[in-house]
Design a protein around this ligand. Structure first.
Ligand code: APR
Length: 236
C-alpha cells in the first residue's frame, strides 16, 4: 500500500507525452529516426549549422504550442498525486515540453531544460522564448549576433538541478519511472543509484514495454502511462 506521507520521486521521459501526440526519440519513427543527434543536439552542431539547430527547436516549439497538443491523463494523474501527497514530492522530467505544467504540476525540475527559455552564449542574458530562434538575432545586452540559443541541455552538457535531484534521491522512499527508455545518463542511473544505496525504496516503472532496467524495479506496470498511472494513482 502506497503511503502518501513518504517521500516520492517521479521521473518522466518522452513516453509520458506520447499520448499527447509528441513523438518520442528512440521508438520507430521517433525524433532520432529523422534527425541525427550530432546534427541538432550538441554545441558542435550549433556552431557548425546554427540555423539548422534553431529550426529544429522552432519546429518542436511550434508543435508544442499547437492547440491539439494537450496534457494526457498521465500528466494529469501525476499532478493529482502532487496535490494529494503529504510527504515530500519531486517530479523530474527529461522532457522539454510544458505538458506537466499545463496539467498543474508545480514541484518540477526540467533536467534537460525546456523550450520556454533561451539565453545568450556570449553574456548569458536570459530570454523568454516567445520568438523564432534566428542567427540574425542581436542580443539586447551584449549586442552579439547569433549567440542566442534554446535553453535545452545538449549531449555533453551538464543537466540541470543535479544537486537538488541527488539530495532528493537520498531521501526517496518511492520512485516512479514513467515513459523513459533509460538510455541517457544521469537520468537512466537514478534507479541504479537507489538500488546501490541499499535503500528500501519502492521502485515502480511505467512503460509500454520492459526496459533494460526493468529487473531493478519492484514492479513494472506495462501499458500506456495514461492507463497504468490512472490505475496506480486511483489505488492510493
Ligand atoms: N506510456 C508509457 N511509456 C511509453 C509510452 C506510453 N504511452 N509510449 C512510449 N513509451 C516509452 C517507450 O517504450 C520508451 O521506453 O517511452 C520511452 C521513450 O524512450 P525515448 O524515446 O528514449 O525517450 P527518453 O527515455 O525520454 O529519452 C531520454 O534522450 O535524446 C535524449 O534528451 C533526450 O530527454 C531525452 C533523453
Amino acid at each position: 500500500m502506497i503511503d502518501i506521507k513518504k517521500n516520492i520521486f517521479i521521473l518522466t521521459g518522452a513516453g509520458v507525452s506520447k499520448e499527447s501526440g509528441i513523438e518520442t526519440f528512440r521508438e520507430k519513427d521517433g525524433l532520432w529516426d529523422n534527425f541525427r543527434i550530432e546534427d541538432v543536439c550538441t554545441i558542435e552542431a550549433f556552431i557548425k549549422n546554427p540555423q539548422f539547430v534553431n529550426d529544429f527547436y522552432n519546429q518542436r516549439k511550434k508543435k508544442m504550442n499547437d492547440l491539439k497538443v494537450k496534457p494526457n491523463p498521465a500528466h494529469e494523474k501525476i499532478a493529482n498525486l502532487e496535490n494529494k501527497w503529504q510527504g515530500e514530492f519531486l517530479l523530474v522530467t527529461q522532457n522539454i515540453d510544458n505538458l506537466h505544467e499545463k496539467a498543474g504540476s508545480k514541484k518540477i525540475i526540467h533536467m534537460h531544460g525546456t523550450l520556454e527559455h533561451a539565453y545568450c552564449m556570449n553574456c548569458n542574458e536570459k530570454y523568454k522564448l516567445d520568438f523564432e530562434l534566428n542567427v540574425d538575432f542581436i542580443c539586447k545586452r551584449c549586442n552579439s549576433k547569433g549567440q542566442v540559443r534554446v535553453d535545452v541541455v545538449w549531449f555533453g552538457e551538464q543537466p540541470k538541478g543535479l544537486d537538488l535531484i541527488y539530495n532528493f534521491l537520498n531521501k526517496t522512499d518511492i520512485f516512479l519511472s514513467v515513459g523513459t527508455s533509460n538510455n541517457v545518463y544521469p537520468a537512466a542511473g537514478f534507479i541504479d543509484y537507489l538500488n546501490k544505496t541499499n535503500r528500501k525504496a519502492e521502485l515502480y516503472e511505467f512503460n509500454i514495454d520492459k526496459t533494460n532496467k526493468s529487473e531493478l524495479f519492484t514492479k513494472s506496470f506495462i501499458g500506456p502511462a495514461s492507463e497504468t498511472l490512472k490505475k496506480f494513482v486511483s489505488s492510493i
